[in-house]
Each structure stands twice: as C-alpha cells, then as structure tokens.
Design a protein around this ligand. Structure first.
Ligand code: 4AD
Ligand code: MG
Length: 450
C-alpha cells in the first residue's frame, strides 16, 4: 500500500518493525492489571497486539493513563516492538508513551459473555470484537478470491439491477414495492436473468451483489438479504457448469487457507477438512441422492391441509430440506454436486434433460461439515417455445419477460450458470454456526436494526 495514506504505522506491519520504535493509533480492547505491569489488548483495525506498560520505565502520568484507560477508549501509543511467541498476534509493544484521544465511558459490550440478541442489538459495536473482526476478514478474502478467479478466467463483471420487474426464483419470496406510475417492482432475488443477457454480449460474465428473499424461514442458513456471485457463460453445458463450480470453490477455499491463517486460528477452526477441498468433488444425481436419504432414514415431514403433519419415507420428486442435505453430506468429506433434479421443484428457466423430461439440467453443490447448499445453478432453457411454455405453466407475466424471451429469439445458444451464496460459503469456511454472524449487518425475519 502507498505510504502517503498512512501517517501512522499499523499492527499488520509489526513483523517488519521488530526492534524499532513505532507510533500506533487505535483502541483499547481490554486491560489486565498486574500491579506495576499493565497489559492492554490493543487493536487498530489491521489486527490486535499486546501493549506492556511497566511502571519503572514510563513517566508517572503515562502509567496513570495505562492504569485508568477504559475499554474502547481511543489512544495513541509509542513504544518498542518485540517479537513474543506467547503474545496474541505474536508481537507486543513495550510502551514508552500513551495518550488518550477519546475516553470511552460505559462501553456496552464487556469482555464477558453476552446473549446473542444483545450482541445483535449492538452489531455496530460488536463488529469490533476479535471474533467478528476475523470473520469479516475471511468474508473479504472470499469475495477477493472469487473475483480474482473469475477475472483470470475471462469472466467480465456485470452489475445487475436491484430494482426489477421480474421474479426469477418463484413469486412467493418477493419483496414488493410501488414503482412510481409503473406499478409493482421487486427487490431482485437473483441477477441471473440480466447475467444471461450480458453473457450473450460478452460470452462469460458474472454479477456480484445483494439479493433478496422474503422467506419466512428462521434457520441458521437463511437471510432475507444476502450476497451472491453469479457466473454465466455462453456455450457452457451442464458439465461445464459443474466443472466451473468445482474449480471456483477449490480456488476460494485454498486461497482462504493460504491468506487467512491467523483469522482461522482466531476462530478456532480445525482446517483439516478444508485442506481436502480439492478436485474432483463428488457428483451424484438427484435420484442417487434420494437413495442415500432413504438409506439414512431422513424422513419427510409433510404438512397436511388440516394443519397437522405426516412423516413419510422420502418420495422421489420432493425438494431436499436441511435434514436431507445433512444426511447426504454425512457420506462425503468433500463438497458434493447433486444434478438433475425433478423439474417440478426447480425454476422455470432450467432446461429439461433431453434424456429424461421429468428432470432438469440443474445442479446444487452441498458443502460438508454442516455447510448445506452453497451453490444452485443450471443449464438454461434456450428454446423459445419451451421457455414460453414454462412461463405460462408457472403463471409468470409474459409482458415483463419479453426482453428475456428476446435472448431466445436472436442468436440463442446453450448457456449455463450458477449462484454461489457468499454468506453460506463464509459460514462453511469459518465454521461459524449461524449465518447472521458472517454478514456485517444481517437482515432476518425479526431484525432490520442496526
Ligand atoms: O439456489 P438459488 O435460489 O439460485 C438462484 O438464485 C439462481 N438464480 C442462481 C443462478 O443460477 N444464477 O440461490 C443460489 C445460492 C444458494 O445456493 C445459497 O448459497 C444462496 O444463494 N441462498 C441464500 N443464502 C442466504 N440466505 C438465503 N435466504 C438464501 N437463498 C439462497
Ligand atoms: Mg437453491
């Protein structure tokens, strides 16, 4: 980075500054009083390190500051950098001077345990904690790795609109709003339809941005606003799509292992399973997956019209829920791609398998270790007549889809793509239990603040 942006040194530079006198600015995360020794856990955004203030070595007023500084006060510190294996972060500062920039009173988040609802209420402050800091760093690395990989492989980034007239993933999960005199608009469920148009202009493209689902599900894997990367490629068939998904996920996981060692350690992540995430992954058909589900006894809980529930052996034709996905993934220590789902449970735009009209050329990738579905994709219906029929069957407004049908009117070609959920992926890689912790400000059924 250019030093003209950096008047102060940063904790991330400490390995290069061992034995030197430095000036750092940041915040006091915690303090431990050992009489003549004060240990301050210090953070400056780039990392955490320990400040050691030894009474005989500093002026009396500096020691007073160290003894009384409150959690989350902002400070400027001058001192000597020392390598110390035992210190968190591997380095500590032997303090010579310490100045308060802003004294904090009554910081709400104490270093002790808080309930998760309290922490979510204070998400704007919770982000400062070491654990949340590590998660956000991994998230940034995941997004960087995705863009690096796709850019290097000839995919052009295209940004899809967020306000749209089109339902992409079914009409039951749309956030609706009034759009001036033009009637109803929706928050985008997916950039895919726009990516398809752009793929006919650039061959290989991807969209990356927030997407929205008005899902009333309260699970550890669902957000109402989540980020998705959606590659789309002309002349790709289903097998190419699966190859691309496999290459991308392998690259992202190996990139994070290489670049986020410290963060993964801070999160207590056992990385032995992640190290195995190398090609080839597993590939099974939906029909084979159903056999596993039945063998494992992951039954289907089906709602009855009278409000009750019946529990049945998993029937061919139903979509998998979390219990089935988890049962399937007990079999695999690497990600598994499931392909050729029943047409009835998948979206209108997926192409029928020419060898079996009951299934579509769809594929989902499930991650091991409780990751669940991280990718959903397919080969797209490229035939005008077939697509129009699917739109009609699903009762979608033909007017709003005329532009999308144009892609099949003018130089239609086989094409495929997929969506990879950023938060699902970060949740899996970090080993965090709940998706709400892997996005800076989660939007869920019962949360819109802060
Ligand atoms: O399987 P989905 O619904 O597929 C699509 O949206 C396609 N249009 C993508 C495409 O082919 N271009 O969603 C894709 C992925 C899922 O596999 C999951 O990782 C994530 O998006 N996802 C969610 N993540 C968090 N919260 C939710 N409510 C999610 N819904 C989907
Ligand atoms: Mg899906």
């Amino acid at each position: 980075m250019h030093s003209r942006y950096r008047t102060y040194q940063r904790i991330s530079d400490l390995p290069k500054l061992s034995g030197e006198e430095v000036v750092l600015r940041g915040w006091v995360a915690d303090r431990t009083d050992k009489g003549r020794l004060q240990f301050l856990r210090f953070r400056d955004g780039s990392g955490f390190c320990q400040l050691v203030v030894f009474q005989p070595e500093v002026p009396e007023d500096v020691f007073m500051v160290a003894q009384t500084v409150t959690q989350e006060s902002s400070v400027e510190v001058r001192g000597l950098v020392r390598r110390d294996e035992r210190a968190p972060g591997g380095y500590e500062i032997q303090v010579h001077d310490l100045r308060i920039l802003h004294r904090t009173q009554g910081y709400p988040i104490a270093p002790k345990e808080h309930g998760v609802e309290f922490l979510l209420e204070h998400r704007h402050l919770w982000l400062r904690s070491a654990r949340q800091h590590a998660i956000m760093r991994v998230r940034a690395a995941v997004i960087r790795a995705i863009c690096d990989f796709l850019d290097a492989n000839g995919f052009v980034r295209i940004d899809a609109p967020i306000l749209t007239a089109n339902a992409c993933e079914g009409t039951t999960t749309l956030f609706e709003l009034d759009y001036f005199d033009l009637g109803k608009a929706y928050l985008s469920q997916s950039g895919q339809l726009y990516a398809e148009a752009a793929a006919m202009a650039h061959g290989r493209v991807y969209t990356l941005g927030p997407t929205f689902r008005a899902e009333r599900s309260k699970t550890r894997r669902h957000l109402t606003e989540f980020w998705m990367v959606e590659p789309e490629a002309a002349f790709f068939e289903l097998d190419d799509d699966m190859d691309l998904a496999e290459d991308l996920v392998e690259y992202v996981v190996q990139y994070v292992l290489r670049h986020c060692e410290q963060e993964l350690r801070a999160l207590g992540r056992d990385c032995s399973q992640l190290e195995k995430v190398k090609r080839p992954f597993y590939r099974i058909s939906y029909t084979e997956a159903v056999e596993i589900v039945r063998r494992k006894g992951a039954k289907l809980h089906r709602k009855l019209p009278d409000g009750g529930e019946e529990i049945v052996d998993f029937p061919w034709g139903e979509d998998f829920g979390a219990p089935q996905e988890d049962a399937i993934m007990e079999e695999f220590e690497k990600p598994c791609i499931i392909h050729r789902y029943p047409a009835a449970v998948k979206a209108f735009y997926m192409k029928r398998d020419p060898e079996n009209p009951d299934v579509v050329l769809a594929m989902d990738m499930l991650a091991p270790e409780g990751g669940g579905e991280i990718i959903g994709g397919s080969q797209r219906e490229d035939d005008y007549g077939a697509l129009l029929q699917r739109l009609r069957e699903q009762g979608l407004p033909e007017d709003a889809f005329q532009w999308y049908l144009d892609l099949r009117r003018y130089g239609s070609v086989p094409h495929s793509g997929f969506g990879l959920g950023i938060e699902r992926t970060v949740k899996w890689i970090t080993g965090v239990q709940h998706i709400r912790e892997v996005i800076p400000f989660p939007r869920m059924l019962y949360r819109i603040v802060p």
